[in-house]
Every structure is written in structure tokens, then in C-alpha cells.
Design a protein around this ligand. Structure first.
Ligand SMILES: [Mg+2]
Length: 264
């Protein structure tokens, strides 16, 4: 892998690393995971924290707006909720069986020779489960996740001692850039969340807004689905021998292009 990475460092592609969000970026939000997660958070607020059922949804939204996530809000308010208990409850009951292997996505990722990194607010258990279900876990050299951004959380003596760090905070973005050890100007960052894209831009990353046809101010590219990647950002595949996208592995790339066109 190292030789691949090094040969690309001097190539004509403007990118030598690619950072992908996971949920709603590499698999569809249409599976109902978003709704199921919200329901599970509401249940957590009722069953584990004792809030009345009628207030749970409004509280979840309020905590998200004010603190960036329900867990961050609960801890900031002094609730001694561990990240493992929270994530175990909230993700534990998700319908993972609905996520199917995605061989087309796997082929696409394998054709990208740059470094590939996952950057998600989810915990490592969820990220690993999803990547394994999609059949793409081995396509990435690194997973930057909740635990990466919050290494001291479970060592704290008070719940509000270490505020929870998550996208879209600039601190989270800086941790990601540092942990991945990338030059942000040569790194593409994919995310479906407009605020995360703005935060990515603020730390100098090249940004790709996923799930939209139209760019926001901070997005360098917009892509409705990552399966269209080769059409939208062909420069990922440029290399040093020939300033075109088809010289790396013509047959492999042609087959992806053909299949993608049929699907679209
Ligand atoms: Mg996402």
C-alpha cells in the first residue's frame, strides 16, 4: 500500500487522500436508519435518564441544536452517561440486516489509489459493523470516529469535565486532519451534512457535498450519489503518466463507468 501512496504523491491528480463520512454518504439514508436512531435516542432519554415520554423528541432536538449531539448535551448538563452505554443503546437495535453488500461501491473504492479514510461521528462498533455489512471495510486504512475525537471521555471524574467533540466543530476537523496526517489542500472530504462541509472548508479541505445536486457556498463539488464519482470528479484518477482518467486500469474503470451509467 505504501508504494501506491508514495507514487501518487507526485502525480498530477490534485488529491492524494480522500476522507469519507460514513452514514448517508457511503450508504443510503433511505434505509430508515436516521428515523430509527432518533427513536432509539428518545427511548434512551425516557428509559435511562427518566425524562417524560412526551418531552423526549423536543429535548433531543434542543440538545442537538445547543450541544451538537444528545450525548454531548446530556454530559454537559451533568448526566453521567458513558459513551459505551449511549452508543450501545442507540445503535444496538438498528436494523443492520438492511445494509447489503455493495460490490459496485467496493469496485469504485478499489479503483481509487489514493489514501482512503473514514471520518464519522459514530462510534467504532457502529462504523465497523456498517463497513463490514457493505463489504468495504478493507478499502480504508483508518477509521476516525467518536472514540478518536473523545479519548478521555470515560476517564473523566465529572460528566462535564471533557466536552464531547464531534463534527462540525473545528476541533473535530483539526483532530481528523492531524490523525489522518493529510495535507488538507490535497485532500477531498465527502459528507452529506452542510455544516460539516463548511467546517471542512474552514480547515482547508477540498469539499464534496453528498446527496445534493447543487453546491453550497463551502462545497467545491456536489454529488447526488457517490456512485457518480467518476463523472463528477474524474481528476481523482489522473496520474503521472498520462493526464487522463483512463490509463490506470482501463478495463476496471470502463466497467465501472458502464455499470454506473446503466444504473443511473
Ligand atoms: Mg453523514
Amino acid at each position: 500500500m505504501d508504494s501506491c501512496i508514495n507514487s501518487f504523491r507526485d502525480s498530477l491528480s490534485p488529491f492524494d487522500s480522500i476522507i469519507f463520512d460514513l452514514d448517508d454518504t457511503l450508504y443510503s439514508g433511505g434505509l430508515g436508519f436516521g428515523q430509527a436512531t432518533k427513536r432509539n435516542i428518545d427511548d434512551f432519554l425516557v428509559e435511562k435518564c427518566g425524562f417524560p415520554e412526551s418531552k423526549a423528541s423536543a429535548l433531543r432536538i434542543e440538545l442537538f441544536k445547543t450541544y451538537g449531539s444528545t450525548l454531548a448535551g446530556l454530559r454537559a448538563l451533568g448526566y453521567d452517561v458513558t459513551s459505551d452505554d449511549y452508543h450501545g443503546f442507540v445503535h444496538g437495535k438498528l436494523p443492520y440486516h438492511l445494509i447489503k453488500p455493495d460490490p459496485q461501491l467496493r469496485k469504485l473504492l478499489q479503483s481509487i489509489k489514493q489514501r482512503k479514510i473514514i471520518f464519522t461521528n459514530s462510534d467504532n462498533v457502529h462504523a465497523t459493523k456498517v463497513l463490514n455489512r457493505l463489504g468495504i471495510a478493507d478499502c480504508f486504512e483508518l477509521i476516525i470516529c467518536f472514540e478518536t475525537m473523545n479519548p478521555n471521555l470515560d476517564k473523566s471524574t465529572r460528566p462535564d469535565e471533557f466536552p464531547v467533540v464531534l463534527k462540525p466543530s473545528l476541533e473535530a476537523m483539526k483532530i481528523a486532519v492531524e490523525t489522518a496526517d493529510v495535507d488538507p489542500r490535497r485532500t477531498l472530504f465527502f459528507d452529506d451534512n452542510v455544516r460539516n462541509i463548511a467546517a471542512g472548508k474552514a480547515v482547508g479541505l477540498r469539499t464534496v457535498l453528498v446527496g445534493r445536486a447543487i453546491k453550497t457556498k463551502e462545497a467545491d463539488y456536489a454529488i447526488e450519489d457517490v456512485s457518480n464519482l467518476m463523472q463528477v470528479i474524474p481528476e481523482i484518477w489522473y496520474n503521472e503518466k498520462n493526464d487522463s482518467r483512463h490509463n490506470r486500469n482501463e478495463m476496471e474503470l470502463d466497467s465501472i463507468l458502464t455499470t454506473t451509467t446503466i444504473v443511473a
